[in-house]
Design a protein around this ligand. Structure first.
Ligand code: MLT
Length: 325
């Protein structure tokens, strides 16, 4: 046997041993879960629920890192560049699919640069407004927006975000063009909505239901065909005859490409226990969000979901001629 062959055999063995050792005592220190939108928004709320639940099953603290900006692509790039050792994770939703269509040059590929761990949640969106918005009900809201579109400002969390997608669908359905005001997340957008600095927002219920219930903002409609059990008096947008407008937002968990399989398996296991945890399910239900079943908190399910969103929602944005840069 040549010396080179022996050396390459040895280096492979050493790598496999190091690989095994990493996986064997994982996790042995605090972990980071990156949420690529600002604190206080619906994504941040969901991330904190899962960081809290998963750290119980993994036995190490999970710190939430809100690295926001550029429709979630800054935080996502941070995870793509992180060491693939299982200590840096990404919690993200539809913008992982849409950013590829929105940005000419992303510093990562949403599929090639990540390992899917599993799906976490799915949930509806609701159209909300500042409390003194001049419409007493959904029909008046539709009439006012249609008749005053040049004056109405629409907040969202950046091109391709869930709130932007919902805003696009609403503008398409009402055939209007509103004044878009982008934020680093709908947490800050909600603050401006409560302060009256911006008029309307379509956001996930994990960011809005508590503020509607406490009367800080008002809700006109759920963005779909069905009312929300958490807001039973709020009609569905289809109740006003506005059709073809339904959106549901799912969050999923990723690790950087190259994270060892035994580590990924442990992370998937902790995610599955979290989505099955009655306390987690109850906390999310109260915000109108559903934890997925354990069978979807798996890599294959998230991989398939991401591919579907890239093919459908990415296409919708390209058709709408929406570009980020
Ligand atoms: C969005 O897509 O609108 C974001 O999820 C908002 C957020 O989480 O801040």
């Amino acid at each position: 046997m040549t010396l080179r062959f022996i050396r390459s055999g040895l280096s492979l063995m050493l790598a496999a041993t190091a690989f095994q050792a990493l996986a064997q005592d994982f996790p042995n220190r605090a972990m980071t879960m990156v949420m690529p939108y600002a604190a206080g928004g619906p994504g941040d709320t969901i991330t904190r629920v899962f960081a809290g639940a998963m750290q119980k099953h993994l036995g190490q603290q999970i710190v939430v890192d809100n690295t926001a900006g550029a429709s979630g692509s800054i935080g996502t790039a941070k995870v793509a560049r992180a060491k693939p050792d299982g200590y840096t994770l990404l919690m993200i939703h539809v913008s992982h699919a849409t950013n590829q269509a929105m940005y000419k040059s992303l510093p990562y590929h949403p599929v090639d640069d990540f390992e899917p761990i599993g799906r976490a949640t799915s949930g509806p969106m609701v159209i909300v407004a500042r409390n003194d918005f001049p419409a007493k009900n959904l029909n008046e809201f539709v009439a006012y927006v249609k008749g005053n579109s040049a004056k109405v400002s629409l907040a969202h969390a950046g091109v391709g975000s869930a709130s932007h997608l919902c805003g696009l669908m609403m503008m398409n359905a009402l055939n209007v063009k509103l004044n878009e005001i982008p934020y680093k997340g709908t947490g800050p957008a909600l603050t401006d909505l409560m302060g009256g600095q911006v008029d309307i927002l379509c956001d996930q219920t994990s960011g809005t239901v508590p503020s509607v219930k406490t009367g800080k903002i008002k809700a006109y409609a759920s963005a779909g065909k069905n009312r929300l059990p958490q807001l039973p008096d709020v009609p569905a947008i289809s109740d006003a005859g506005v059709e073809g407008f339904e959106i549901n937002i799912s969050f999923g968990l990723y690790a950087p490409k190259g994270t060892p399989k035994p580590v990924l398996d442990q992370l998937t296991g902790a995610l599955q226990k979290s989505v099955s945890d009655p306390e987690v399910r109850q906390r999310l239900e109260a915000m109108g969000i559903s934890a997925v079943g354990a069978e979807l908190a798996r890599p294959e399910a998230l991989r398939a979901h991401l591919k579907n969103e890239i093919d459908t929602l990415g296409g919708l944005l390209i058709k709408a001629g929406v570009k980020a840069n």
